[in-house]
Design a protein around this ligand. Structure first.
Ligand code: SAM
Length: 333
């Protein structure tokens, strides 16, 4: 890594302002309104119900960031905004933008979190109960991110001859869907908290896989995850948990599998020293902010836990750039 200079330091310092402009303009609905054609600031403000002067200042800042173009006194979505920030477009990332807004304030409390070693968000169970809309958006954003970062995951897992997969903390079923689409004989059970059922069943049905993927309400902290599976998938689960919980999850996964069954782990790649690549190291800190006692774990540490749980032949595959993910597969001997 080249040593950062003063310019990079200032860029780091002010980067939050760009995030705030992106999130605020999306929340107001500027990109949606402009998807019908260019408007001036006054017209945009009328459509949004916002103050004209402030709307103009925000839109000028969006132009400066390349999110809008300005022609005369009219504003139009830039190609980037038109592709990714307009609801209803196939590449729409609005749910991810809204999810990041949820994390914006916890990031602002990072020094407090580090001083106290204390997560800044309530556990998922409480978020599903107390702020269900935010939690639902979070789950759907993870689906969008899964499709963005890990569509290559099925290329790295040979599930020939495997018939029954347990997707632990499977969310809305993203990875069961990707694997079932690739492996026509595979059936899957998406196990997640009961409040996730409706969203998962809708997502699975919308992919036409309701006959092969079922949702099962459950708690992965329970003593057993079930039995008779020949694949257990833990996608983005270890990083939500403490080291001790990860070890327990892997031991329970082992007991859930039939002989020769596979455990498949999908995680952000993190180097052995925990400090690279930047996306992995920063994600690890985010996990500390989100879940009490959690972090991202280096691949070698995960492989060590797998061996300790009795698995054999753990192999890690980095997903192709720009995906930040790594898939670790091991077998119950
Ligand atoms: C980071 S998300 C991962 C979702 C999905 N596997 C993916 O890769 O996108 C963690 C998931 O675990 C679920 N979860 C959290 N605590 C759980 C528990 N105790 N038992 C079952 N599921 C849980 C959450 O509802 C959420 O869907």
């Amino acid at each position: 890594m080249t040593e950062p200079d003063l310019g990079s330091l200032l860029e780091m310092l002010y980067a939050y302002q760009g995030s705030a402009i992106l999130m605020g303009s999306h929340e107001l609905g500027i990109y949606e309104v402009l998807s019908n054609g260019p408007l001036n600031a006054q017209e945009t403000a009328s459509a949004l119900g916002s103050a004209p002067r402030s709307t103009m200042l925000l839109m000028n800042a969006c132009v400066a960031l390349g999110l809008l173009h300005k022609i005369g006194d009219e504003y139009a979505n830039s190609p980037l905004a038109a592709d990714f920030l307009v609801p209803g477009k196939p590449g729409y990332l609005g749910r991810v933008v809204t999810k990041e807004q949820e994390f914006y304030q916890p990031w602002g409390r990072v020094s407090h979190a580090v001083r106290e070693d204390k997560a800044q968000l309530p556990p998922m169970t409480a978020r599903l109960e107390k702020t269900p809309d935010t939690a639902r958006n979070f789950l759907l954003a993870l689906h969008d991110l899964g499709l963005l970062n890990a569509t290559a995951l099925p290329d790295h897992i040979d599930l020939t001859g495997h018939k029954k997969l347990l997707d632990v903390g499977g969310g809305v079923g993203t990875f069961s869907i990707l694997l079932a689409e690739r492996n026509p004989e595979l059936r899957a059970v998406v196990m997640d908290l009961p409040q996730v059922r409706e969203l998962a069943e809708q997502t699975i049905a919308s992919c036409g896989l309701g006959d092969r993927i079922e949702f099962q309400a459950g708690d992965y902290n329970a003593p057993s995850l079930g039995e008779g599976y020949d694949v257990v998938l833990l996608s983005n689960i270890l990083h939500d948990n403490t080291e001790e919980s990860c070890r327990q999850l892997l031991a329970k996964s082992y007991r859930t599998l039939v002989e020769g069954g596979l455990v498949v782990i999908n995680e952000f790649f993190l180097s052995q020293d925990g400090a690279s690549p930047p996306v992995g190291a920063i994600f690890s800190l985010l996990m500390m902010l989100e879940n009490q006692g959690a972090a991202e774990y280096p691949v070698e540490q995960i492989k060590g836990w797998l061996l300790e749980a009795g698995f054999v032949d753990p192999v890690a595959h980095r997903l192709p750039d720009p995906s930040p993910m790594v898939v670790v597969v091991a077998r119950r001997g």
